[in-house]
Design a protein around this ligand. Structure first.
Ligand code: ZN
Length: 237
């Protein structure tokens, strides 16, 4: 079984298209998305429709997906995120809102669990500290739990702590692990390329993909999205 796993697209269709193109060369059996299809970027409807068109994909809801359809309090968001989600909500079609509103918060298969934030609090907990990650290991039953939300790719195990994985690297998963798959549409680990991973036989390989950042930034300016959200794409921070 070979799977592609990604998260946090954030209405960035250029990044999503480049990631899906690279995934199409990998002959995967399925795809997994850890949430936040929309928010921040200029193409929410295009991203939802692209995701909807993929066969063999499992998707969980992120905090932005829920906030855009009124199922998550936007007062949790900072001013820039809030401005972007209000704009997103105003342009999303009824059908796409329905799709986002019906996404599950957690998916569990025989081999892995998928949530957006954390196994303990699927929508809103940010896993940054190793102690929080250790506490969270008891909240899922499979060997692997895939998460997104912080936009930092890493693998956490009790034995090795946090292994940061910002460049192309392969790792064998041998014990219970929380794996943050990074972000497609708004990386924050200092690498501005879109991020995804491939899982095959308990081996994960992180990939980074270049996309046309300036094209996205131009569209964001045309839609008067907050400037800090635009400039951060250049730096991947
Ligand atoms: Zn996100």
């Amino acid at each position: 079984m070979k799977l592609a796993v990604f998260s946090d697209i954030h209405s960035n269709i250029e990044a999503l298209d480049c990631v899906l193109k690279k995934i199409s060369l990998e002959n995967v059996d399925g795809l997994i998305c850890c949430g936040d299809i929309i928010g921040y970027g200029p193409n929410p409807n295009e991203c939802v429709e692209k995701i909807k068109s993929i066969k063999n994909i499992k998707i969980v809801a992120g905090n932005h997906d829920k906030a855009a359809v009124g199922l998550f309090d936007i007062n949790w968001f900072n001013d820039n995120a809030k401005a972007a989600i209000l704009w997103t909500s105003s342009v999303l079609t009824k059908e796409n809102k329905k799709f986002l509103g019906e996404l599950p918060e957690k998916i569990q298969t025989e081999n892995f669990t998928v949530v957006h934030g954390s196994p303990r609090e699927s929508i809103n907990e940010y896993l940054i500290k190793p102690s929080d990650m250790q506490d969270n290991l008891q909240f899922f039953e499979t060997q692997i739990c895939f998460i997104g939300h912080s936009h930092y790719p890493f693998v956490y195990t009790v034995e090795n702590g946090i292994t940061g994985l910002s460049t192309d690297i392969t790792l064998q998963i041998t014990s219970k692990s929380i794996i943050n798959v990074g972000s497609v549409g708004q990386p924050r680990d200092g690498d501005n390329r879109a991020c995804f991973l491939i899982l095959e036989d308990n081996k994960i390989t992180f990939h980074r993909v270049e996309y046309d950042i300036e094209k996205v930034q131009t569209k964001m300016r045309e839609k008067f999205l907050p400037e800090p959200l635009i400039t951060r794409l250049s730096y991947g921070k």
